[in-house]
Design a protein around this ligand. Structure first.
Ligand code: NI
Length: 230
């Protein structure tokens, strides 16, 4: 499932993140690329352990924690610490590649299976030309360019790329999620069901006490229990 998650960060948080990142120690992104992606990768990124990275990580993780749609879609077991990159000038693209299946955390802090890939946009679309995230799936290719503060999540199995940025700079955060539900198909079903249930509960004549709402809520949780790995 490819999903646009709106307003993970407020405009004020985007402004804060942008001002921290403006003075941060950006470096060549190829340093951390695997051999397959190093050839395709032309961007700049922040060191994983600098003050700017840590400060904006806090903002972002808070945004994720309070976001109901994000939780319902990703069912996160573990979120890899968000990282930051930017595209512009000579460092303006990242060709087709697939992300590594496992993300090793710094200092032996564990591993994250990359079930879900996420990009959170920190630049608005009118600040740069090009720079679309292109994600391939069985329905074809999707072109993603979102407002600052919004996020796209898509299966870690997808081939994807970032189109060349021909004007301005595209600043973003990227990270991965190991989900409590490993299968993308199962997550999709649960997400759909949760959405419909939420709508039913909100409808005036079907309160929390409605037997069908209770029954379907119980089916949702029982499916989750069957598929869950906590
Ligand atoms: Ni990637």
């Amino acid at each position: 499932m490819l999903l646009h998650v709106r307003e993970v960060l407020t405009p004020e948080e985007v402004r804060q993140a942008r001002s921290i990142l403006a003075d941060a120690p950006w470096g060549d992104g190829r340093i951390t690329a695997g051999s397959q992606s190093a050839q395709a990768k032309r961007n700049e990124q922040l060191p994983e352990d600098c003050d700017a990275t840590r400060a904006v990580q806090q903002l972002l993780l808070r945004g994720l924690e309070r976001h109901q749609t994000f939780f319902s879609a990703a069912l996160p077991k573990q979120v890899s610490p968000p990282l930051f990159n930017r595209y512009g000038g000579e460092s303006n693209r990242f060709g087709n590649h697939v992300d590594s299946a496992v993300r090793y955390l710094r200092g032996g802090a564990g591993r994250v299976r990359t079930d879900v890939s996420c990009t959170l946009f920190l630049s608005d679309p009118d600040e740069y030309d090009g720079g679309e995230l292109m994600v391939e799936d069985t329905f074809g290719e999707h072109r993603v360019k979102l407002p600052a503060g919004d996020l796209v999540l898509y299966p870690g199995t997808s081939v994807h790329r970032v189109e060349p940025v021909t004007r301005g700079w595209r600043v973003a955060s990227y990270f991965w999620i190991q989900s409590m539900v490993r299968s993308d198909e199962q997550r999709r079903l649960l997400f759909d069901m949760d959405n419909h249930l939420r709508r039913l509960r909100a409808a005036a004549r079907l309160g929390e006490g409605d037997p069908s709402v209770i029954g379907l809520t119980s089916t949702y949780h029982n499916l989750l229990r069957m598929w869950l790995d906590v």
